[in-house]
Design a protein around this ligand. Structure first.
Ligand code: IZC
Ligand code: ZN
Length: 418
């Protein structure tokens, strides 16, 4: 076959294991890699994978010498709040004075301040701003990500956000999965009438579904936001209407959102810092993926992190994400999250790579398409400026990306002056 591209002289090719379900427990502890590898691309798709020796017989149209570097699938970020107006740098001083996240929200700041800015912004402004940050994600090696709405809290603005995601999907090579997070906070005008607001968001689900604006539905189940009962009501309705389910669960208080996620067969339960023993046990016997967000715990200045070790050791599937948002985790750097996972969640490098590739892809319903490098899959990959896969979480806070390819085409490259 005449291949378009051959990537050869790869020191370590991170595959990871091809699977039809997320990697759980013990499976997460093994990372499938090939040493001295090569692979070929035809029409944007991986067409051949083998040893560097075998590759000497291949005469492609174009070749890339990976110079013994590490190559992995494009990273997958399964939890971001990509589209929003404004920023909240003024809240940093409040945080330094010890004002809790939920108190800032209760006083009309936090999420509600971003809601105001998002309502004021035009669709064009939101699109331009999100584009800038999406490109930054790409520079960190992310080729697939999830993007949530939730800064509108009214039909018009929620749809404006989802429309921006749709335009980004059409315009950018990055693959974007859209999530409707209408019940992200209670708008001040509905204080005391929370159920009425929730009903409005349930009604909006139909429109979102009919217009194909989101694949997943999500809710913020937390003290002072939505109760466990309200979360159950909303997610059940979303399930009936054909949405995949996600939930912001047990981030600050242990309300039982993780247990609810398992009961409803949610694709993922996210945060889980305060998840109970029972919740961890339930996760381990389900296919609901624990999406952990250690950047958020770090940014909120908390000492207690999600119990990743217990989750994995008991047999759960864990993925990692940035939670990129203007309030509780302001970064697009998924590589930094990988370091925090090593340092704070005590995850091993093998578990971490699985958590940002194969498991992250399953956490957004993209397990068949993204997260692994196999013959037949899209040639979305990253060449890393690191000597081996252990190195990435170890050397923290910088960008190790050498170059990023989507469907065999280079979409980002490190400037040699950096
Ligand atoms: O804007 O604060 N936790 N939602 C739930 C967020 C954090 C985003 C924000
Ligand atoms: Zn979030």
């Amino acid at each position: 076959m005449q291949y378009d591209l051959l990537v050869h002289n790869i020191g370590q090719l991170i595959l990871p294991k091809e699977t039809t379900a997320p990697l759980k427990g013990e499976e997460m502890k093994q990372l499938m890699i090939m040493e001295n590898a090569a692979f070929a691309v035809k029409s944007g798709t991986i067409a051949w994978i083998g040893s560097n020796d075998e590759a000497t017989h291949i005469k492609p149209l174009k070749r890339i010498n990976a110079q013994k570097k590490v190559v992995s699938p494009g990273l997958v970020d399964p939890h971001t709040h990509l589209v929003f107006g404004g920023s909240r740098e003024h809240e940093l001083a409040l945080k330094q004075r010890g004002v809790p996240y939920l108190e800032i929200l209760a006083k009309g700041g936090g999420i509600l301040s971003t809601v105001e800015a998002t309502r004021m912004a035009s669709e064009e402004e939101l699109y331009e701003k999100a584009s800038f940050h999406l490109n930054r994600f790409l520079s960190y090696g992310v080729t697939t990500l999830e993007a949530k709405s939730g800064y509108g809290l009214d039909p018009e603005t929620e749809l404006k956000q989802l429309q921006v995601v749709k335009r980004l999907q059409e315009k950018f090579p990055v693959s974007i999965v859209s999530t409707f997070l209408g019940p992200h906070a209670i708008p001040p005008t509905y204080k005391g009438n929370e159920d009425e607001f929730l009903e409005k968001m349930v009604e909006l689900l139909d429109h979102v579904r009919n217009e194909n604006l989101a694949e997943f539905a999500d809710i913020f189940c937390e003290t002072g936001v939505f109760s466990l009962q309200q979360s159950k009501y909303f997610l059940q309705k979303a399930k009936e209407k054909g949405f995949g389910l996600k939930i912001h669960a047990d981030e600050i208080d242990s309300l039982g959102g993780t247990e609810l996620a398992v009961e409803l067969g949610a694709t993922s339960a996210d945060h889980l810092v305060a998840a109970s023993n029972k919740a961890i046990n339930m996760l381990s016997t389900s296919n609901t993926i624990a999406v952990l967000l250690p950047g958020t715990t770090f940014y909120l200045g908390k000492d207690t992190y999600a119990r990743a070790r217990e989750m994995i050791d008991e047999g759960a599937a864990v993925a990692l994400a940035t939670d990129y948002n203007p309030g509780s985790c302001v970064t697009e750097n998924l590589q930094l999250i990988m370091s925090l996972a090593a340092l704070k969640l005590k995850m091993t490098p093998e578990e971490i790579w699985n958590a940002v590739t194969v498991n992250a892809a399953f956490a957004i319903g993209k397990g068949e398409e993204a997260g692994t490098l196999t013959v037949g899959k899209k040639a979305n990959f990253v060449i890393w400026d690191i000597p081996n896969y252990l190195y990435l979480p170890y050397h923290f806070g910088v960008n190790h990306t050498n170059s990023v390819y989507i469907e065999g085409t280079r979409v980002w490259r490190r400037n040699d002056n950096v």
